[in-house]
Design a protein around this ligand. Structure first.
Ligand code: PRP
Ligand code: ZN
Length: 281
């Protein structure tokens, strides 16, 4: 049995539920009672406070966890970082009121910084030989300058609207973060964990991929195939129309609009782009 800890509410919640569903775990977002188990796969899901997940994984209360990389690094817990999951992307950044814009790192010297990430901030200050006071607060960091608690904040930024609402300007980024899969060090070699990871990887890879189908004149095959790395090489199938073929390939979801524009220049027609549900490398 693998015990997995996930966030019970908050920024990772929806996508985490979606990920578990897509690996065949019929979990529901509407019932987040502490613990769930499933006959489909020997997995037990625990809904937890996200701050607790790294230490629960470290101590073996749960075997694996899905949590923001920011919390894993801040916690300094000894866990294996297994995969970046590609969702809940955000950054941990410094910001200050509009009237006091941070232009240079030396502007930090002598100032006070409000944050919920004291360990990461301390590390950053030390690395850059800066001297500041750190005010550790557990929430609503963005109001610290307006109530006179600190001149600078270091907090998570996603859309940036919290900063704007509070009259703050982002300056330096300490960390780029996203949801990650972490595991207890003793678990990673087990057979059950590799079965779990096979499923996770199939979904991660599928999200990064699209299935492309197009028709093209036969004499364009070499040029078009050169643009489509695919898994091995694209599949080329003759069409009933003489000298025309259908080309099938798996392509990266990134930059695929540019790819379509290029393909059209090489006389590709009837281009279809389909989502990939699961992909095994
Ligand atoms: C983070 C952060 C900001 C907000 C930034 O809080 O502390 O308040 O998100 O997001 P935005 O750039 O899209 O406005 P979070 O939602 O994680 O909750 P918390 O502050 O209670 O931890
Ligand atoms: Zn917040």
């Amino acid at each position: 049995m693998i015990k997995i800890g996930i966030q019970k509410s908050g920024r990772l919640f929806e996508d985490t539920i979606q990920l578990l569903k897509s690996i065949g775990i019929p979990i529901s977002a509407s019932n987040t009672s502490l613990k769930y188990s499933f006959p489909e796969f020997p997995l037990e899901v625990y809904f937890l406070r996200d701050d607790d997940i790294p230490s629960y994984v470290e101590t073996g209360v749960v075997d694996v966890g899905i949590v923001g990389k920011n919390l894993v690094l801040e916690s300094q817990c000894e866990v294996e970082l297994i995969r970046n999951l590609g969702f809940s992307k955000c950054r941990l950044s410094f910001a200050s009121p509009r009237g006091f814009k941070l232009r240079d790192l030396t502007d930090f010297n002598g100032k006070s910084i409000a944050t919920s990430y004291p360990n990461l901030v301390k590390g950053f200050l030390k690395e850059n030989n800066l001297n500041c006071n750190i005010h550790e607060i557990s929430g609503s960091v963005e109001v610290a300058p307006s109530i006179g608690l600190a001149e600078i904040v270091c907090d998570l930024v996603s859309s940036g609207s919290t900063l704007i609402k509070n009259g703050l300007v982002e300056s330096f980024t300490l960390l780029e973060s996203e949801a990650v899969l972490i595991a207890n060090k003793s678990l990673t070699e087990t057979e059950l964990f590799s079965r779990f990871l096979l499923r996770i990887d199939a979904v991660i890879l599928a999200k990064k991929s699209k299935y492309l189908v197009l028709n093209a004149p036969k004499e364009r095959v070499a040029e078009i195939a050169g643009m489509l790395p695919g898994l091995k090489a694209p599949t080329v199938i003759p069409l009933a129309t003489p000298n025309w073929v259908s080309i099938h390939a798996v392509v990266s979801s990134e930059n695929f609009w540019e790819l379509i524009e290029k393909l059209k220049k090489y006389d590709a027609e009837g281009i279809l782009v389909l989502p990939v549900e699961k992909m095994f490398s």
